[in-house]
Design a protein around this ligand. Sequence first.
Ligand SMILES: Cc1cc2nc3c(=O)[nH]c(=O)nc-3n(C[C@H](O)[C@H](O)[C@H](O)COP(=O)(O)O)c2cc1C
Length: 159
Amino acid sequence: MIDTDTRALRDAFGRFATGVTVMTTREADGTPRGFTANSFSSVSLDPPLVLVCIGDNAHSGPAFCAAPYFAVNILTAEQEGIARLFASRSEHKFSDADWHEGAHGIPLLPGALATLICAQHQLVKAGDHVILIGEVLETQVTDAPALGYHRGKFITIPS
Ligand SMILES: Cc1cc2nc3c(=O)[nH]c(=O)nc-3n(C[C@H](O)[C@H](O)[C@H](O)COP(=O)(O)O)c2cc1C
């Protein structure tokens, strides 16, 4: 695909307003890993399934594909700084953010709008991404304005 087509595709995809999540997990050696994702979607209620698409260029992709568990941290409007931090290539994401350990040792971000702890259910290779499908084991929610993303900008979605 030539560059102009990629630009047009990004522009079209970007018209779809989304929430913003940070996906978290641990590598086999225990190192916490995480990245910002807006490709999150609910998939099924019975069984309870969700998905996220992980780009081939994400350094933490192999850790997520290998991990038995991961968490979806759905961000509030106040967590834009966290979204920017976890969208970076910083090696200090977890020393620059507050976090605690949840079920199965998965790192969780306090103050998230919702937290979903998931077990890996299926991996599907799709183009230049892997679709990671998780079975939801536990959820936790709060009420606050949500962080959104639209046309390349962070926005606030009122509660
Ligand atoms: C709002 C927003 C949404 C993003 N959504 C995704 C996504 O769904 N999947 C993905 O692979 N990368 C997504 N990214 C890019 C990753 O966050 C970025 O590549 C990050 O550096 C990956 O971290 P890592 O290289 O440490 O794994 C998104 C970035 C932003 C700012």
